[in-house]
Ligand binder design. Structure first.
Ligand SMILES: [Zn+2]
Length: 261
């Protein structure tokens, strides 16, 4: 882990941040320690009679190994293969003291787009930030920083999806000057620059905007972030990728992945 817990906490003087870290129950003793990890569904199978116990699998993964786990999981989801999830008592107890998720996820709140279900992952495997339109506000940004700097997550995924209501609303703001009540208007403001970028592209305006919104967030995480996110990306310990989930097919398209180093 390139950034220690102490450094992480030092980087922010806000009491709220300290409180948030405490709420996430992170022990200083865990910094740099091998955290319990769960065998891949693709490899060791579920813990249980005849299977490896949680904690015996590799704790550290490369970004591309983590991405492959998601790709394999989505392939099973598409094939309607049974995916017994690590959510039983044994798993719960194994991770009760510490978590070691292999990917952080920024995804839409849309009820049809639950990352764990799309990839067949269970407790303690994905660190998920969800909001309508999968935007990168301060809370999302801080959560990603926490996942990378504190939990050692090697992969960050930003995922948009087909017919996203939040992106569609941002398209209506741009095209029809529509206004939304309450906080909805402010919530979709960060999507508008992506919509403006997608305007004029051939194809479906909303779907192009969904991808542009993902690309913009990915770009920000890759270039306009704190050193705690940029440094591990430079050294190849962390990768940020963009994805699109098609409601019609169930397929997740990882369309914005850095070229292999
Ligand atoms: Zn959405």
């Amino acid at each position: 882990m390139s950034v220690s817990r102490r450094a992480f906490l030092r980087s922010s003087t806000a009491a709220a941040t300290t409180a948030a870290a405490a709420a996430l129950a992170v022990s200083p003793a865990l910094a740099g320690a091998a955290l319990p990890s769960f065998p891949d569904l693709a490899g060791g199978g579920l813990a249980g009679p005849g299977n490896p116990a949680p904690g015996t699998a590799r704790a550290a993964r490369t970004p591309r190994e983590a991405l492959q786990l998601l790709i394999d999981g989505n392939r099973r989801f598409l094939a309607d293969e049974p995916m017994p999830l690590p959510t039983d008592r044994r798993r719960r107890l194994a991770i009760a003291q510490a978590q070691s998720p292999f990917a952080a996820y920024i995804s839409c709140s849309d009820s049809r787009v639950a990352p764990e279900l799309l990839f067949g992952r269970g407790l303690g495997e994905l660190f998920i930030i969800r909001n309508a339109g999968n935007t990168l506000d301060t809370v999302a940004r801080g959560s990603v920083e926490f996942a990378v700097a504190e939990l050692g997550v090697p992969l960050v995924v930003v995922m948009g999806h087909q017919r996203c209501g939040a992106v569609k609303a941002a398209c209506e703001v741009v095209e029809k000057n529509r206004r939304f009540p309450g906080n909805i208007g402010r919530m979709i403001e960060p999507i508008v620059p992506a919509v403006l970028r997608a305007r004029g592209e051939p194809g479906d305006f909303v779907e192009n905007s969904v991808r542009a919104n993902v690309r913009r967030t990915v770009e920000e995480l890759r270039t306009a972030s704190e050193p705690m996110l940029l440094d591990p990306q430079r050294t190849g310990k962390v990768m940020v990728v963009g994805a699109y989930y098609a409601l019609d097919t169930g397929r997740v398209d990882f369309f914005d992945v850095p070229r292999a180093a």
